[in-house]
Structures are given as C-alpha cells and as structure tokens.
Design a protein around this ligand. Sequence first.
Ligand code: HEC
Ligand code: HEC
Ligand code: HEC
Ligand code: HEC
Length: 251
Amino acid sequence: MPINRRIITIIVTVFAITLLTGCNAQDKEVEKKPAVQEIEVQEETQIDEKPEVKVPQEETSPVTLDKETVPDEVVSDVKNAVEAQYVKVKKCKKCHLKQFKSWKKTTMAKSFENLKPGVNAEAKKKAGIDPDKDYTADADCLRCHTTGYGKPGGFVSLEKTPGLINVQCEACHGPGGKYNLIMKKHRKTFKVDELTAVGFVVLKGTSAEKECLVCHGDDNPFNEKIDPKYKWDFKERRKNAHQYFPLKYKH
Ligand code: HEC
Ligand code: HEC
Ligand code: HEC
Ligand code: HEC
C-alpha cells in the first residue's frame, strides 16, 4: 500500500512539474534537476520495492559521462563547456540491437585486427605497407581504424582505451556521450537539431559522403589505384554500413 501511494505521489508530482515547466527542459536552469531525476526514478522503478535506493543499472565506461557522475549535463546550461565523449558501441547496442547485429558482421567491426603484424599480408604488400610491422600504435593507421582518434574522449591507445578500437557507430554518427542521453530521455520527442548541437552527425542523403571520405578518401592506402576492388562508390557503400530500419517517430 505505501508503495502504491508513493508511486501515485511521484506520478502526480512529475505531472505537476511537467505542467509547470513545459517541454523546454533543454533551456532551463540547474534548478530543474530534481524534476528530471524524479521522472527517471519513476520510469525505471515502477514495480520496484525500494525506489529510493535504486540506481539505474547502466554499465559504466572508463570515459564516464554517465548521469551519476555528470548529472543531467544535457539539460544544464554548461552543455557546451565539455565536448561530447565517445561512449563505445555497447551503449548504442542496448537500444539499437538490429543495427548493431548487422554492423558487427562488417569488416569495420574488426578493422583494428588489420593493424597487427602478419594480418592480411598480401593486401599490405600490394599497398606498399610492411606486412611484418606492428601498426597498432601507429598514428597514421589509427585515425582510420579506430573510433574518435585524436578527438576529446576518443581512442588514445590500446592500453588506455581498448573499448574504442575498430570503426564503431560513433565513427560515423559522432561522439554519443550527450546525444545518447537525449535519445534516452526523449525517445519520441527529441529533435535531430538537439542531437547535432551536442555532436550527432546527420548522415541522411548524399551530403553524408564527406563524413565517409575522412577515411575513404584518396589518402587511404587501400584505394582504387592499388586495386579496382577498393573503388569508392558512396551509394553502394552506404547500403553496407549496416542494415537500416524505419524509425518509429518523427524527429
Ligand atoms: C537509451 C536508448 C538509446 C541509446 C543508448 C542510444 N539511442 Fe539512438 N535512438 C534511441 C531512440 C529511442 C531513437 C528514436 C527511435 C525511433 O524514432 O524509432 C534513436 C534514434 C537514433 C538514430 C536516428 C536519429 C534520426 O532521427 O535520424 C540514430 C542514428 C541513433 N539513434 C544512433 C545512436 C548511436 C550511434 C548511439 C550510441 C552512441 C545511440 N543511438 C544510443 C535510443 C537510444
Ligand atoms: C573512421 C574512419 C571511417 C569512417 C568515418 C568511415 N569508414 Fe567505412 N571503413 C573504414 C575502414 C578502416 C574500413 C575497412 C575495415 C577493414 O577492412 O579493416 C571500412 C570499411 C567500410 C565498408 C566495408 C564493410 C564490409 O564489411 O564490406 C563499408 C561498406 C563502409 N566502410 C562504408 C562507409 C560509409 C558509407 C561511411 C560514411 C557514412 C564510412 N564507411 C565511414 C573506416 C571508416
Ligand atoms: C585515410 C584512412 C586510412 C588510413 C590512414 C589507413 N587505412 Fe587501412 N583502410 C582504410 C579503409 C577505408 C579501408 C577499406 C578499403 C576498402 O574496402 O575499400 C582500409 C583497409 C585496410 C586493410 C584491409 C585491406 C583488404 O584488402 O582487406 C588493411 C590491412 C589496412 N587497411 C591496414 C592499414 C594500415 C597498416 C595502415 C597504416 C599504415 C592503414 N590501413 C591506414 C582506411 C585507412
Ligand atoms: C559506416 C558508417 C556507419 C556506422 C559505423 C554506423 N552507422 Fe548507423 N547509419 C549510417 C547511415 C549512413 C545511416 C542512414 C542515415 C541516417 O539515418 O542517419 C545510419 C542510420 C542509423 C540509424 C537510424 C535508423 C536506421 O536503421 O536507419 C540508427 C539507429 C543507427 N544508424 C545506429 C547505428 C549503430 C547502433 C551503429 C553501431 C553498432 C551504427 N549505426 C554504425 C552509418 C553508419
């Protein structure tokens, strides 16, 4: 009984606060924090016995921008003071399992392997790359074979950021530290503009090609001049980044 009453109280409180504050939580001050937090608690612990001690069980990553450590940084006024960090593919997988599964089958999901000595020796020789050399710490390879190399919160080294090897979701979609929180809080109602303001990269249409050319351009050692099979064709390649599934909501 007390639990039911508690839940009702929370719902009523949240509803009242929502009415008072409107939907523009984004622009509001730090005072709004309790409101957002209560919404969180209510959503995640509906049938939990002890809502007050339950902390949402998210896997924490070494590059922490979790709401435990940086509470509501999305709605805070200092939102652009820190650049968005890379959160790693596991985070995206939790909500986008289908895209994850098809991406996992591509060479991008294991592209770091190619930097190890002996791997893909024939292809390396043809491209004038020493097949016996270890390139796993070579800046010139890392920028294309890892996620966020040289960017804030991106890949640093195999020792420091092992979770950011390979060409992950965020290599194309942008660092997710902030936009994944927006997706989480406002599943149905977020606007793409809100995401791009915090690092999300729009990949719709042909203008997205420039994002690919950062790695698929002529400075890629495995280009058309080495072998026609490396020819870059945006329309074709785009189909194979991963499988696409229609969104449920308009953003
Ligand atoms: C807590 C859940 C959650 C997490 C974590 C999450 N997303 Fe999303 N994402 C969503 C929801 C919900 C939508 C909207 C789905 C819909 O409308 O059908 C969405 C939409 C998207 C879209 C489409 C946006 C558009 O409107 O064009 C992309 C791309 C995307 N997510 C990529 C990512 C990536 C990359 C990550 C990891 C950095 C990530 N998401 C993490 C829930 C999440
Ligand atoms: C951070 C660098 C980077 C970016 C950005 C990037 N790619 Fe790639 N991509 C790679 C690398 C590296 C490989 C090769 C992986 C390997 O074989 O080691 C690759 C491979 C691919 C493949 C082959 C997958 C397979 O299994 O056959 C496709 C398709 C592809 N990329 C599409 C795209 C598209 C489309 C974009 C832009 C929307 C893009 N890539 C952006 C680095 C990148
Ligand atoms: C400018 C970005 C870029 C740089 C720098 C780069 N790569 Fe790649 N690499 C790619 C892309 C893109 C592909 C996929 C080519 C394709 O499928 O057309 C690739 C593919 C490969 C492959 C697989 C070739 C095959 O036929 O399967 C190997 C091996 C590889 N890279 C090793 C390296 C090494 C070692 C270095 C550093 C000396 C390096 N790459 C530097 C972008 C890059
Ligand atoms: C090689 C670049 C690339 C990589 C890597 C990549 N995506 Fe995408 N993704 C795209 C493109 C291109 C689109 C289509 C345009 C759009 O909707 O933004 C897209 C669309 C999406 C969408 C919108 C819904 C849909 O299915 O069309 C989601 C969600 C998404 N990606 C999630 C992910 C997740 C999760 C990962 C990692 C497991 C990932 N993407 C890795 C290029 C990429």
